[in-house]
Design a binder for this molecule. Structure first.
Ligand code: ACM
Length: 264
């Protein structure tokens, strides 16, 4: 199965340009599954809720999701893409999942990062797994990396690949996702953005280095820190269905849930 990411430098507020650029990359990617960054169509640094409300779109009937569905049908690609979702006068930091047969589902970011708490409503979808035929996929968004429970739930529900749209500003997630891969024996695809946003007296530098990790904790590919790029690689999904880390150790069956009550 050919899986990959598109590392982008979206321009704040320029939805049509950002979507057109992503579509031209998808058109040439020749992938079965491709992941785009968090908020790839709007940019990241909303100054206030009103600004987010103006740029957010309904799912699946909004402009961006419709455009993604068109290109997914044309190229027969499954796409996971981060957008600001408008729902009942609330804005969620969401990812839409679309494919050759149209709209598949939405994940709403559960763990909001820093000032996102002033803009977005915390996600209420839980951690869902989508069967796309060749693989089962789950989605987490950016700062969700800091909560291993999210990836664990997805893996327990059968996800072979954890798709991870991101706008990373801290230097940790690329390393952490290697751990999420080995402890759950799954592939992970982190699609990060690059560039800088300066708005309202705040400047954020996004770290690039989008990557794909394997169920054996290999860094299969990693992008640059500062260039837009598309990377697609061939992976063997059956590897993610073998949860034995030694002949005698199974990463799910060996869990001691009788000792984990404090977790909740
Ligand atoms: C982040 O969650 N966008 C850092």
């Amino acid at each position: 199965m050919k899986i990959g990411f598109i590392q982008l430098n979206p321009k704040f507020g320029e939805i049509e340009n950002n979507v057109e650029k992503a579509i031209s990359y998808i058109e040439n990617a020749n992938a079965d599954l491709i992941v785009l960054p968090e908020l790839f169509n709007t940019g990241y640094l909303f100054l206030n809720f009103k600004e987010a409300l103006e740029l957010a779109e309904k799912v699946p009937d909004g402009y961006t999701t419709k455009k993604l569905i068109d290109i997914a049908k044309k190229t027969r690609t499954f796409i996971v893409a981060g957008i600001a979702e408008l729902y009942e006068n609330k804005v969620y930091n969401s990812a839409v999942i679309v494919g050759p047969n149209g709209y598949i589902g939405t994940y709403r970011k559960a763990h909001l990062f820093y000032k996102e708490k002033e803009i977005f409503t915390p996600g209420n979808t839980g951690f869902k797994v989508f069967d796309i035929g060749e693989a089962k996929i789950g989605v987490i968004i950016c700062f969700d990396w800091c909560f291993p429970e999210a990836a664990r739930i997805l893996a327990l529900k059968g996800a072979d690949i954890i798709c991870h749209p991101a706008n990373l500003v801290l230097p940790y997630a690329q390393k952490v996702m290697l751990a999420r891969s080995i402890e759950n024996r799954v592939y992970t695809i982190t699609a990060n953005r690059i560039g800088t946003e300066s708005r309202g007296g705040m400047t954020l530098n996004f770290t690039g280095m989008s990557q794909i990790t394997s169920p054996k904790m290999e860094l299969l590919v990693q992008a640059s820190k500062d260039k837009e790029e598309v990377d697609v690689i061939n992976v063997d999904i059956s590897l993610a269905r073998n949860k034995w880390i030694t002949k005698l150790n199974h990463v799910f069956k060996d869990r001691r849930i009788d000792l984990y009550a404090e977790l909740i």
